[in-house]
Design a protein around this ligand. Structure first.
Ligand code: MTE
Ligand code: CO
Length: 390
């Protein structure tokens, strides 16, 4: 370049002057140049931001861990700001001894650290009737994946003594929505955690500080935040969130209920509508995320020609059950139109379905459990759009 590259030839301020000292940022924040990497909402989706959702900026992230400040939020009655000294967890119902735990009590039980994804059952729900939202943040951003630290729910239930007739538990939140769901006792005793940390630090208020239930691989709405009560019973409670909501109305007029497990799913996060191709033809990195409520991801296939040819993508980073998996597909772009898709296969051998196959099986009345294959069209100028091909 004539005159040289100013990034090399000119001395920049950061090179000329000393920067902030160690006391200026006691709790760190991202670079000012990353200010666009934020959770975003879709204002027309909900009537009020208090019972609403914002979305994880998946197109700006890499690896499998979601930074705490970018985990999507879904609240039914806003964020409860709880003083941990005033927080209690009660376990009662079909137990020998009803118990109340303070946060300090919980800290004296053995802790475990587990990395899990949380996906809202409504993730991709706006796409049932066709391509609608232009960006993976909006089509797939109701998912996050962090390392939880907590106590096995099993230990707390056993401390109270589970009665022989017990078969279900009902966790309840301390927020104004008192969010509750029925969970089979078998799941509660298997891998559920009562968590107080995410990625090493205390839970964020948005994520249920000081205490949340972790229900690995299952619908996000069962992961009760601001957890204050667990009732043990012998049958499900048939609560609002499992009758009017979080059920799937089929074409026949019947509704599926208690569809707990999140199905095998994947999405290409870059390129994507909010992450267009700006470098022209030649070397290109396609990357995305895959996950399954049934365990690990065995394989991810990627196509650049709308499904005519599939290549096995490279999974990189940890492959953990019920956690996000990161995949890459590197190739040489000839500059022509692309139809990018990814297709995940989980350890149970279940293959992510096409959207057409899903609609054939479940009709188009559904909101929840849309795990269909996503298509991005990449135009010659690098602009990316949400499309469907059949
Ligand atoms: N727990 C309480 N107490 N109140 C809520 O509104 N929302 C549920 C669940 N737990 C909710 C809750 C729903 S629908 C989802 S998808 C997840 O929390 C979202 O978790 P997040 O906000 O950490 O992403
Ligand atoms: Co949800």
């Amino acid at each position: 370049r004539a005159g040289g590259d100013p990034a090399i030839t000119e001395i920049q301020d950061w090179n000329r002057y000393p920067g902030d000292g160690v006391d200026v940022r006691p709790y760190g924040a991202p670079s000012q140049y990353e200010a666009h990497v934020v959770r975003r909402s879709v204002p027309w989706l909900t009537a009020d931001p208090i019972s609403s959702v914002n979305f994880t900026p998946l197109h700006e992230l890499d690896g499998i861990i979601t930074p705490n400040g970018l985990c999507f939020e879904r609240h039914h009655a806003g964020i409860a700001e709880i003083d941990p000294a005033m927080h209690r967890l009660m376990i009662h119902g079909l137990v020998d001894t009803p118990l109340v735990f303070t946060m300090a009590d919980l800290m004296r039980f053995p802790r475990e650290n587990r990395i899990y994804f949380l996906e809202c059952a409504a993730n991709s729900g706006m796409e049932w009737r066709g391509a609608q939202l232009n960006g993976c943040q909006y089509t797939h951003g109701m998912v996050h994946c962090v390392m939880y630290t907590g106590v096995r729910l099993r230990h707390l239930l056993e401390e109270a003594g589970i009665r022989g007739s017990a078969a279900w538990v009902m966790p309840e939140g301390a927020d104004a929505s008192a969010m509750s769901r029925s969970i089979p006792l078998e799941k509660a005793l298997d891998d559920c955690l009562v968590a107080f940390r995410m990625n090493g630090e205390a839970l964020r208020p948005e994520q249920g500080y000081p205490l949340r239930l972790v229900v690995p691989g299952w619908e996000g709405n069962m992961w009760v935040k601001w957890l204050r009560r667990i009732e043990v019973g012998d049958k499900p409670w048939h609560l609002r969130e499992e009758t009017s909501k979080y059920t799937d109305l089929l074409a026949s007029g019947k509704a599926r209920r208690f569809t707990w497990t999140m199905d095998v799913k994947s999405v290409i996060t870059s390129p994507s509508p909010q992450a267009p191709v700006t470098h022209g033809k030649g070397r290109m990195v396609v990357t995305g995320l895959a996950w399954s409520g049934a365990g690990t991801i065995k394989r991810v296939d990627v196509t650049v020609d709308g499904g005519r040819n599939w290549t096995t993508a490279r999974i990189d980073g940890p492959s953990l059950p019920m956690a996000l998996h990161r995949f890459y597909h590197e190739f040489d772009w000839d500059g022509s139109d692309l139809f990018l898709q990814s297709r995940a296969i989980d350890e149970a051998g279940v293959v992510q379905p096409t959207k057409d196959a899903l609609r054939a099986a479940r009709g188009e009345n559904s909101i929840y459990h849309n795990n269909g294959i996503q298509t991005w069209h990449v135009a010659k100028d690098g602009v990316v759009e949400n499309v469907e091909i059949s």
